[in-house]
Design a protein around this ligand. Structure first.
Ligand code: ADP
Ligand code: MG
Length: 251
């Protein structure tokens, strides 16, 4: 589904992603963990074409989302072409990013109508199904400010799903929530995983990582230190020192 090949990223000469190779198979849940500043958000933003790598390539279903080839040469995609890739991969952020002056329903149908060119009635029908999926059917006419953080994040997930993305990226989706609201968002994410949605999730929720993740990718200082199934990653025999140190800071 997704392949990162020797991806690098520098900001003003400082290399924050050093040479990352990562593959995500269809239906897989890859959980990315690592210390603050290790490059997790930068990595997700590059997958979503919000940040352009300094080197390497990113393939979605075998096709580069960075370069097109013509006359045997590689050319970067235009900004307009890049925005098309953004609609194929959904992203859910720590801070929800809902439109404050639109109702819940309007938030969800905005993308399908304006980007996917769906008919309004059809978009509303689909939005209602998605609201049911995230358990918020009764909130369709509410405004974001009247909802809890957990509810807002579930709406943000429904809005991302409304675009029918090939995969979903989550950047610390529960980090801004009060502890008692984390669970309701994780349940929605777990159900998506069970339905076979391909997901890359940056999180500090180790229970979720262990239970839902197919693979745990530990990143530190822009390098993948380990890419392993949870039963190996969290096993007491995993003696990697940087991973131990990080896991200890969480408990
Ligand atoms: P994480 O999400 O793991 O906390 P980030 O990907 O946000 O890490 O950041 C990795 C490094 O890149 C940090 O040192 C951060 O300061 C730097 N960085 C991220 N975005 C930018 C940017 N737009 N300009 C300059 N430096 C950036
Ligand atoms: Mg981050």
């Amino acid at each position: 589904m997704l392949q990162l090949a020797s991806i690098k990223k520098s900001f003003s000469g400082k290399e924050v992603i050093k040479e990352v190779d990562l593959s995500v198979n269809k239906g897989e849940v890859v959980v990315i963990i690592g210390p603050s500043g290790s490059g997790k958000s930068t990595l997700l933003r590059m997958i979503n074409a919000l940040e352009y790598p300094s080197g390497g390539d990113i393939l979605l279903e075998g096709n580069s989302i960075l370069f097109k080839e013509s006359k045997g040469k590689k050319h970067p995609y235009s900004e307009k072409e890049l925005s098309r890739f953004r609609t194929e991969i959904g992203m859910v952020f720590q801070g929800f990013h809902l439109f404050a002056h639109k109702t819940v329903l309007e938030n969800i149908i905005e993308g399908p109508i304006h980007v996917r060119k769906m008919k309004k009635e059809a978009a509303i029908e689909e939005a209602k199904v998605l609201l049911e999926k995230v358990g918020l059917s009764d909130k369709q006419d509410a405004y974001p400010h009247s909802l809890s953080g957990g509810q807002q994040q579930r709406i943000a997930i429904a809005r991302a799903l409304a675009m029918k993305p090939k995969m979903l990226l989550f950047d610390e989706p529960t980090s801004a929530l009060d502890p008692e609201l984390v669970g309701e968002v994780l349940v929605v994410m777990k159900n998506l995983a069970l339905e076979g949605m391909t997901m890359v999730v940056v999180t500090h929720e180790m229970g979720f990582a262990r239970e839902v993740g197919d693979r745990i990718v530990f990143i530190d200082q822009g390098v993948i230190v380990q890419d392993a199934p949870p039963q190996h990653f969290f096993h007491s025999s995993n003696k990697n020192e940087r991973i131990h140190k990080f896991l200890n800071t969480l408990t």
